[in-house]
Design a binder for this molecule. Structure first.
Ligand SMILES: NC(=O)c1ccc[n+]([C@@H]2O[C@H](COP(=O)([O-])OP(=O)(O)OC[C@H]3O[C@@H](n4cnc5c(N)ncnc54)[C@H](OP(=O)(O)O)[C@@H]3O)[C@@H](O)[C@H]2O)c1
Length: 288
């Protein structure tokens, strides 16, 4: 299907909203941030996503401080394996350039006292997604507020949303070196271009191209249920998928997908990807 046919029709009840085209990497920012220097990174969360990020980012040569809710003494194996430094959650954002939050979204308010101590220059990235069955019902999000805008309001400072739209299985197994034909891409959303560039470079280090999904207000385009969410696409496909986002119907689709997945006794990451691709009709719309 051609790109032109994917564009929303006006005045015919199509809820998709046109997305301004953006370049992934701004030339000016690129020249200001010539790579590759080691980045000092803090990560809060040692679950499925946090642990994989620790492994990949230390392997890429970055220095990582890692924390969870139970204390550094529970992270010694991961620290020994990767060379990361296990710290208390209150200290994860100290002496770092980037702090990655990888907790359930419903736990983000608990992080506010730690974030208040994080210097302003530190870029904060957030991997979280809203699942009401896990996070409790959050009225603002239920009423349409973008999940990451809610996170920003909770923390009182900007975040870059990243690594939220791929499964643990994809993150662990499907990264590839930059330039590999067919390399998968993941979206990154946020309002500050320099912060977004910093996080996009780290995404690259974890094995994926980064595609700009716009400012944080537009991050609903990469929420659960959206065509960009966990669908394992290349950069070109992902750019088209972002334009297919449909705020209201994507939320309905999210609510349908997880009851199905919860009935699978041995759900595999590839099953999940096949399901969400089908729900968004990507095999036909993107010719997958
Ligand atoms: N799993 C996926 O495939 C996937 C994919 C993309 C995005 N995400 C999103 O990324 C986030 C993390 O997902 P996950 O699957 O890695 O979660 P998870 O396995 O449940 O791990 C969550 C981590 O957050 C830590 N944590 C919770 N509350 C905390 C607090 N108050 N202070 C410090 N640490 C705290 C937990 O600490 P303890 O270990 O001490 O309990 C745990 O290490 C979620 O929002 C999820 O929706 C998940």
């Amino acid at each position: 299907m051609s790109g032109a046919r994917l564009r929303p029709r006006q005045g015919q009840g199509d809820r998709r909203q046109a997305r301004p085209s953006r370049r992934l990497l701004d030339d000016k920012i690129l020249s200001q941030h010539e790579r590759k220097t080691a980045v000092k990174i803090g990560i809060i969360g040692t679950g499925a996503i946090g642990t994989n990020l620790v492994r990949k980012l230390t392997k890429a040569g970055h220095s990582v401080r890692v924390a969870n809710s139970r204390g550094p003494e529970t992270i010694t194996d991961l620290a020994t394996e990767t060379g990361a430094t296990a710290v208390a959650a209150a200290d994860a954002g100290q002496d770092v350039d980037v702090l990655i939050l990888s907790t359930p979204l419903g736990k983000v308010p608990d992080l506010k006292p730690f974030i208040d101590r994080v210097p302003d220059h530190v870029v904060i990235a957030d991997t979280s997604n809203y699942y009401p069955f896990r996070d409790g019902k959050i009225d603002a999000i239920e009423n349409g507020q973008a999940e990451s805008v809610w996170v920003e309001e909770c923390l009182g400072r900007p975040v870059i949303r990243a690594w939220n739209a791929l499964t643990q299985h994809t993150l662990e197994n499907k990264g590839a070196p930059k330039g590999t034909p067919g390399r998968l891409a993941i979206p990154v959303a946020g309002t500050d271009p320099a912060a977004k560039k910093t996080v996009s470079d780290l995404i690259d280090d974890t094995g994926f191209d980064a595609v700009d999904a716009g400012p944080i207000e537009d991050s609903w385009r990469i929420q659960p249920g959206s065509p960009a969410y966990c669908t394992e696409l290349t950069g070109e496909q992902l750019t088209r998928a972002l334009d297919l986002a449909d705020r209201e119907n994507d939320r309905l689709r999210r609510e349908m997908v997880f009851p199905i997945v919860s009935t699978w006794p041995d759900a595999h990451g590839d099953d999940m990807v096949a399901l969400v691709r089908a729900v968004a009709r990507l095999p036909r719309l993107l010719g997958l």
